[in-house]
Write a protein that binds this ligand. Structure first.
Ligand code: ADE
Ligand code: ZN
Length: 338
């Protein structure tokens, strides 16, 4: 391991844009298929599924992987493996998207089926806190190109369950921005905020800067991707002045064809402009990356120095939904890392 990799691993980091389903490796997919299917998929078929060349292909692969998550045991297995991998990278806190919208849309149709699934996720979360010293918050993600009623169902479920499970911290919208923006969700976001949920949103991944403006207009507190903000100077000014955290995912953007290369990603320009940027891995198993690799690429492809990598780690803590006291403790620890 190089010195810089060891340094990155030592830095306490938060991962703020990570889809549980996107952490399922081809090997785990085969294992799940063996549990569910009469004729399980082969490793070669699983690997082929992950070889998409654009955003639409990625969404189709994501859907196929979600189709192998059926019962609470599947979710617990996926979550526990994700958490072990996070801890091994020096991640101390993660805010993880769960595609509740997908479960409702493609799942069993049984409205009671979600609670046991969530209990499986909580088993993994509690075990990770106990055995790995890792803290996890959940963000319930709806699919923007499904119906408004379906998104409402996801957000109302988050609001109701949050009273019993404080680990449910917020809501988000994923899916295809080219089909549905943010404006239709204005009232639902206001309702979620009233319920004490924090508001995240994918915006400006496959669409222009106006999609980011729309996401901000409905009250989104953190923006996922925000690749196209670079096209709009005044938007950059606003993001900076308001200290809006950006959940950037450079390798994801390269692999879905949104960005030509890691070097061409606006990460460096946002950072130098003083924006609150965080580095994340989105769907690491789909993109052949992980958080440590994103930090390594920031170093090798965009010249981020140790001091700047430390700043990215601090940003991740600052942009998290952790209580202030916990943030202060982690920030202090980050400063002490040699
Ligand atoms: N769901 C999982 N990953 C996503 C992404 N990068 N964009 C939109 N929806 C997603
Ligand atoms: Zn995402």
């Amino acid at each position: 391991m190089t010195d810089i990799e060891a340094f990155i691993r030592r830095l306490p980091k938060a991962e703020l844009h990570l889809h549980l389903e996107g952490t399922i490796t081809p090997a785990t997919l085969v294992e799940l298929s063996t549990l569910h299917d009469n004729k399980p998929i082969t490793v070669a078929e699983a690997e082929a599924l992950y070889r998409f060349s654009d955003f639409t292909g990625f969404l189709l692969a994501f859907k196929a992987v979600c189709g192998q998550l059926i019962g609470p045991g599947d979710y617990e297995l996926a979550a526990w493996r994700m958490m072990q991998h996070l801890a091994a990278q020096g991640v101390v806190h993660a805010e993880v998207y769960v595609s509740v919208g997908v479960i409702y849309h493609w799942g069993t149709g049984d409205p009671l089926a979600f609670e046991p699934i969530f209990a499986g996720l909580e088993n993994a979360r509690e075990r990770a806190a106990r055995e790995l010293g890792l803290s996890i918050y959940w963000i319930f993600d709806a699919v923007r190109h499904f119906s408004l009623e379906e998104a409402e169902r996801v957000f109302l479920k988050a609001a109701e369950m949050r009273r019993r499970y404080p680990s449910i911290v917020g809501i988000g919208l994923g899916g295809d921005e080219r089909r549905t923006g943010s404006e239709p969700f204005r009232a639902l976001y206001a309702q979620a905020r009233e319920a004490g949920l924090r508001l995240t949103n994918h915006a400006g991944e496959t669409t222009g800067p106006e999609a980011i403006r729309e996401a901000l207009a409905i009250g989104s507190e953190r923006i996922g991707h925000a690749v196209s903000a670079i096209q709009d100077f005044y938007l950059l000014q606003e993001l900076k002045e308001r200290g809006i955290p950006l959940e950037l995912n450079p390798t994801s953007n390269v692999r879905t064809g949104v960005c030509a290369s890691f070097a061409a990603h606006p990460l460096r320009r946002y950072f130098d402009a003083g924006l609150l940027v965080t580095l994340n891995s989105d769907d690491p198993a789909f993109f052949g990356s992980d958080l440590v690799n994103e930090y390594l690429l920031a170093h090798s492809e965009q010249g981020f120095t140790r001091k700047e990598l430390r700043q990215l780690a601090s940003n991740s803590i600052n942009a998290s939904f952790l209580p202030v006291l916990e943030k202060t403790e982690w920030l202090f620890r980050i400063e002490s890392i040699k």
